[in-house]
Design a protein. Structure first.
Length: 313
């Protein structure tokens, strides 16, 4: 237990903080390319339902300054849905933006997101495809569940992906990812993964095994999900936990031991037995250090100054 504690707590947290500080927001560029040299991008936006932030999030994509892109909006609901009203309003407000709307999707498999995106994927005109969920964009968080969701993705979830990216492993995340269509077609195309609920993991794994390079963007995606509740957050975590346990049973068994409280409790008992350190004393130290690490990681992803003042805000 002490060996596992040292490996995970020190190595994983240390790599995430060090690599995150160096990589995120670094905006690596090699000179400035003319607008005509930039590759075209097809942006696919799958939409299910109509939360309070849908219009604000979607509008940021109509306001992009990138010179060569198309916006392909996929709506799962019928033509008279509230989401369609929002989309029609934005399309009318920005008539110069190349935007197409697809309704209903195609039944390809059990994955509703892929079913929703298939018509847009078939008509995408560019090789680079940016798949981006409706909850991405903006910075405003207006409820405790939304804040909890944001903190989870900015700490526990981000730490795993930073470590995976550092070691060149599968770090694909389906909420916002840019992929070459030629690469995706090389592993069977989007429809080939319609029977997998975790399509981002399975597509990333297929590309990684074909020796395609997967890398985390230096610019973090901005979450702005609306209508969050504690029950929906809990249901989401349970659903993802079941998926991970099904796809990767052995890592799934070890996953609870990477959580702060369980790992700290077991290690505090071990240190008390071996070295006579008080359980409560070690637990307080452990939780305090873990929270400091999480706060530092949040300052990195939020691009705040790396100091104690912002950690305490």
């Amino acid at each position: 237990m002490l060996a596992f504690y040292g490996t995970y707590t020190l190595a994983a947290h240390g790599i995430a903080l060090g690599f995150g500080k160096r990589w995120l927001h670094s905006r690596q560029q090699k000179g400035t390319a003319a607008a005509l040299e930039l590759p075209g991008v097809s942006i696919i936006k799958p939409i299910v339902g109509c939360d309070t932030n849908l219009k604000a999030n979607l509008e940021t994509f109509f306001q992009l300054s990138y010179p060569k892109c198309e916006l392909l909006i996929c709506i799962a609901e019928p033509d008279n849905s509230p989401a369609m009203s929002v989309v029609r309003g934005l399309v009318g407000q920005y008539p110069t933006i190349t935007a197409k709307v697809f309704v209903g999707g195609e039944i390809m498999g059990v994955n509703p997101k892929i079913n929703n995106m298939m018509p847009a994927y078939r008509q995408a005109q560019y090789d680079l495809i940016w798949i981006c969920d409706s909850g991405i964009a903006g910075t405003h968080v207006d409820s405790f569940p939304a804040l909890l969701d944001k903190v989870y993705f900015g700490t526990q979830h981000l730490r795993v992906y930073l470590v995976a990216n550092y070691f060149g492993q599968n770090c694909a995340n389906g909420m916002s990812w840019l992929i070459r269509r030629t690469a995706l077609e090389g592993v069977g195309g989007l429809a080939n993964f319609s029977d997998y609920l975790a399509e981002d993991f399975t597509i990333g794994k297929a590309l990684w095994t074909r020796r395609w390079k997967l890398a985390m963007s230096t610019m973090p995606a901005l979450q702005n999900g609306g209508d969050r509740t504690l029950s929906s957050y809990q249901a989401r975590m349970v659903r993802w936990g079941r998926l991970r346990a099904t796809m990767m049973p052995w890592p799934g068994l070890l996953e609870p031991f990477t959580e702060c409280l369980l790992l700290g409790l077991l290690t505090s008992v071990a240190t008390s037995h071996l070295f006579g350190v008080g359980v409560v004393r070690f637990m307080v130290f452990h939780v305090g250090m873990w929270l400091c690490s999480d706060l530092l990681l949040l300052t990195i992803i939020e691009r705040l100054p790396f100091n104690l003042g912002n950690m305490l805000m």
